[in-house]
Ligand binder design. Sequence first.
Ligand SMILES: Cc1cc2nc3c(=O)[nH]c(=O)nc-3n(C[C@H](O)[C@H](O)[C@H](O)COP(=O)(O)OP(=O)(O)OC[C@H]3O[C@@H](n4cnc5c(N)ncnc54)[C@H](O)[C@@H]3O)c2cc1C
Length: 472
Amino acid sequence: MADVVIVGAGVVGLGTAMLLAKDGHLVTVLERDPAPPPDGFDDAWESWERRGVNQFRLPHAFLGRYRAVVDAELPQVSEAVEAAGGLRANPLLAIPEELRGPERPEDHDLEMLTGRRPVVEMAMASVAETTPGVTVRRGVAVEGLLTGPEARKGTPHIVGVRTGTGGDLHADLVVDMSGRRSPLSRWLADAGLPPVHEEIEDSGFTYYGRHYRSADGSEPFALGPALQPLGTISSLTLAADNKTWSVVITTSAKDKELHGLREVDRFEKLVRSLPLVAHWLDGEPIEDRVVSITKIEDRWRSLLVDGQPVVTGLVAVGDAWACSNPSFGRGASIGMLHGLVLRDTLRETENEDPFALVSTFHTATTDAVAPWFFWTRFEDRHRLAEIDSLIAGRHYEPADRRWELEQALANAVMKDPDLLRAFFRAAFVLDPLDEALAAPGVSERVMELGADWRDEPVPAPPREELVAIANG
Ligand SMILES: Cc1cc2nc3c(=O)[nH]c(=O)nc-3n(C[C@H](O)[C@H](O)[C@H](O)COP(=O)(O)OP(=O)(O)OC[C@H]3O[C@@H](n4cnc5c(N)ncnc54)[C@H](O)[C@@H]3O)c2cc1C
């Protein structure tokens, strides 16, 4: 059993803290933001100050994998999310049976347990506060790493963290869960330690989002998938807790002609112009502006360089390890999966040295978690290139069979219940799409049913009209 310090009490950091504490580890979570979790969902939404999480007030959906982990491993969190008004819903079963076919036992996996980000995080935090073995210290910022005697000759060893207010804290393992702006590289450099391998690129998207609440108890019915690529924009519609929901438009960050979507009237006018999405505005807005975020990075780091750990005593989990374009809503699911992998690695290496822990964790991360990140980054790069092409008035023809297959699959799902399930299981971070597409006959079937995806009408006004709307 280890003394573990987790840096960051985010929605995955707290979940990981509880997973480790349930195994008997003593976990201290250090969180820079001072405000404790509020008592109710209204306060969480209206007044919880969380400057450390840029996306705190932006639309989130917590997908099937996230729900599966909390239901199985942290059932009190599921209870707390539901008690706070969280939504338990199965988007596959919401599709008419003529299209999705009869219900199957495994369809339950696709259930989501979701809500607005502050509400879900409040539920997670309230359970963490009372979990034996977890101590959450808020208002304590980590400023650097402490090194000590090497556990394996030649590899620097981390023995704790230096904090701004609370002095030094020693631990057997430091887990960086400080999110997408994790300063890990700077901490290593400041301590005179070698750099990790890091790949960073601007994912290239801008998000414009707004939350609404039902005015009369009714909730919008999904007339299409939650995420719809609509030419040079995408729409995202997410049902949340307590009869709230959100509407998001994403664009290329370079698309200056659409920057006007920051204005409420232009944003809503554009949403109203989308026939499958317009009715999601039929509620009362619960914020007075359009919240937008840009410079969203795709970042991945590896603590192994040339096959060797850069340091021992330290790992990075969740967004601090890898983060990507959030329109797919996979971040918290990938993060919780990663937290589970850490817990299992600690079990596996319990009698081994810190070098074995870092190496084994890296291998397990590479096998079970990294493919989800690389798939998302692959999709991001193509989608952005597609938008750039369409803005320039050209079809996007990248000569990439895999990408072509995925577009065809999206077009085929409503014509084949098996393909529909394969699509959902991948989108919900349950089963990799590669496995489904590699099964005999599947890719042939996808192309047979979906290859004409370029001929499908795009349910959105032409580009000139979108630009006119965004410019008032
Ligand atoms: C616009 C947007 C929309 C998103 N939508 C979705 C979605 O729909 N579904 C989904 O699953 N994911 C979504 N994500 C991703 C999701 O928000 C992240 O994957 C998730 O928050 C990661 O959790 P985490 O605990 O790793 O990090 P975070 O939640 O980012 O938490 C990091 C914590 O570390 C703290 N911290 C930072 N530095 C320090 C320090 N030096 N000392 C102490 N504490 C520190 C911060 O204050 C913060 O509390 C979205 C992301 C963005 C940007």
